[in-house]
Design a protein around this ligand. Structure first.
Ligand code: 5GP
Length: 189
């Protein structure tokens, strides 16, 4: 997606250690016009599927996911990163965070995700695939059908895509970043 590549080159900040900061338009301050274009691109790429629900994970997946849900007029369920005391019937698993270097609980209510659901998962980044595989675990526990996963930015030098493909998951990334270094950002062709 050319518009997104241009914006990453203009406003993204890359760091040694393979971290890309996009907090002026995705992760902290958000650009709703860009987010709308991102959602339309996801809708186009998944247009062959019969989806009835969008799944994402808090917090940064919520904005793109709700824009996709708006365009498709479908409900959006976000996986929570802490188990609410007031909710029973929660499905739970654990995820290791690459950026925070710690493991955390993720959960979703069986009320909002079950065997009647055909879902796509939308998130901001695909790095090592831990968040995505954690969500897949919850989707499997719920008995729902996972039709594909969409990421705004994939870091193709990390192993996420291969791990998801190994699980036979369809992966759609709007841009694929090949190299990140101090002030260096290169995309896959
Ligand atoms: P994974 O679980 O695939 O290793 O990492 C995905 C999650 O980590 C994403 O949801 C995102 O929040 C965060 N993440 C991974 N790499 C980056 C990065 O380079 N920049 C930012 N802003 N977040 C990242």
């Amino acid at each position: 997606m050319e518009l997104l590549k241009e914006r990453i080159l203009k406003d993204g900040k890359s760091f040694d250690g393979g971290i890309l900061k996009v907090d002026s338009f995705i992760n902290h301050q958000m650009d709703p016009i860009l987010m709308k274009a991102i959602a339309s691109e996801f809708v186009k790429r998944f247009s062959d599927l019969n989806i009835n629900k969008i799944v994402t994970i808090e917090a940064s997946g919520i904005a793109p996911a709700i824009m996709v849900g708006l365009e498709l007029e479908l409900p959006v369920v976000f996986v929570k990163k802490a188990k609410p005391k007031t909710m029973s019937d929660m499905l739970a698993t654990q995820v290791y965070s690459f950026t925070k270097d710690r493991t955390y609980d993720v959960c979703v209510s069986n009320k909002f995700l079950n065997e009647n659901d055909n879902v796509i998962f939308i998130d901001d980044f695909l790095a090592n695939g831990n968040a995505a595989l954690g969500v897949k675990n919850l989707i499997d526990q719920a008995g729902a059908n996972l039709l594909g996963m969409g990421f705004i930015i994939e870091k193709s030098f990390q192993e996420g895509r291969d791990r998801l493909l190994n699980e036979n998951i369809r992966v759609e990334s709007l841009v694929r970043v090949k190299t990140l270094g101090n002030d260096l950002i290169k995309f896959e062709e």
